[in-house]
Design a protein around this ligand. Structure first.
Ligand SMILES: *Cc1c(COP(=O)(O)O)cnc(C)c1O
Length: 351
């Protein structure tokens, strides 16, 4: 593989004050698609791309991405979490967006080379990681609306701290009753760029009203819970943990799947099913809504303290993190940081 090393290495940021996605490492992986085939991946210095103003991703948003994390322990051992699942999902997103699929084994190997080259960028403080952002964009200089014939795949790396500025403090979410994230038959299942652009308005609206994020409902009836921002949702009702079933409009989160596997293995009652706001309100009024949390690679587990719906703020577990939320956070981050044995086979060491 071709590797062009940067001759101008950047100063590292303060690893105790990283925030999320603000710093980027010295190198990136790039792979182009032309004439019906992917070229070989290359590692090159992190730098701006030159693109034609007519490049079709800039007009019609034919683009997809992923998010994963790498870790380094005190002995310098480097690991990644469930990276095969990210590449599998990315290829599914590619199919949905009429983009070419790629050889995930080859790309994974190239990614591992990139991570080894950037080993000094992997923070080791608690709660930190090296965030991995694989991205694919349409890159043909043409304004006609059709699937592009040229693509660029790239991976950039970013040392990150906790996703939310307030760390593990429970968040306040506002149920969005008018706007929807993705209709059935739309692109909600794919990790594509346009989903996010379409979600910003409701997010800003929630922020203005004093909430952290919007909670999306289904597009048909505005009745059933879908997900939040970049996280899947869980509710603890009585002794049942419920997460919305993957009906086609919900992003199939890898962290969501990790939560389900852990809960099953440890004997919790976990259901993937439709869950309506009526059911949540009723459970709240009966004192049965015990906990709620979101799951996603960036924050891992994020407790929900308040759900605002129809002018009422439902305060969950005194707006404190509940026991099942804490158990999952500890278990999943413990496997990621090797405090616990990798009993699910989620960790790959990069040698
Ligand atoms: C990426 C993402 C998630 C979380 O998926 P993970 O694989 O757990 O990181 C949830 N919802 C949306 C809309 C996403 O884009």
């Amino acid at each position: 593989m071709k590797i062009v090393k940067s001759t101008n290495l950047k100063a590292k940021p303060d690893f105790t004050k990283l925030g999320f996605g603000k710093y980027f490492t010295d190198h990136m992986l790039v792979m182009d698609y032309e004439d019906g085939a992917w070229k070989e991946p290359e590692i090159v210095p992190y730098a701006p791309f030159e693109m034609a103003p007519a490049s079709n991703v800039l007009h019609y948003a034919q683009g997809i991405f992923e998010g994963a994390k790498a870790y380094k322990n005190k002995e310098g051992k480097i690991t990644v979490f469930r990276i095969d699942d990210n590449f599998k999902r990315m290829n599914r997103s590619a199919e949905r967006m009429c983009m070419p699929t790629f050889d995930s084994e080859k790309v994974k190997k190239a990614l591992f080379e990139l991570i080894k080259l950037e080993a000094d960028w992997i923070p080791t403080e608690p709660g930190t990681a090296l965030y991995i952002r694989p991205t694919m964009i349409a890159n043909e200089e043409v304004l006609g609306v059709h699937a592009s014939h040229k693509y660029r795949f790239f991976i950039i790396l970013s040392p990150v701290g906790s996703y939310y500025a307030n760390g593990m403090k429970p968040t306040k979410i506002l149920v969005e009753e008018h706007y929807v994230r993705a209709p059935l038959g739309g692109t909600g299942e794919a990790k594509c760029m346009g989903n996010y652009a379409a979600s910003l308005y409701a997010g800003e609206k929630a922020n203005k009203l004093g909430y952290d994020q919007a909670l999306w409902l289904d597009s048909n009836e505005h009745k059933y819970v879908e997900e939040v921002g970049s996280m899947n949702m869980f509710f603890v009702i009585g002794d049942e943990v419920v997460t919305p079933a993957l009906v086609g409009s919900i992003l199939p989160g890898i962290t969501r799947n990790s939560c389900i596997q852990v809960l099953k293995k440890y004997g919790y009652k976990i259901s993937e099913r439709r869950i309506s706001m009526d059911e949540i309100v009723e459970a709240y009024n009966n004192g049965q809504l015990k906990e709620s949390f979101g799951s996603g690679t960036a924050a891992v587990i994020s407790p929900v303290g308040v759900i605002g719906y129809k002018g009422v703020d439902m305060v969950i577990n005194n707006a404190e993190m509940g026991p099942i939320t804490a158990f999952l956070y500890d278990k999943i981050t413990g496997i990621q940081n090797e405090r616990y044995e990798d009993e699910f086979g989620w960790i790959t060491e990069i040698k």
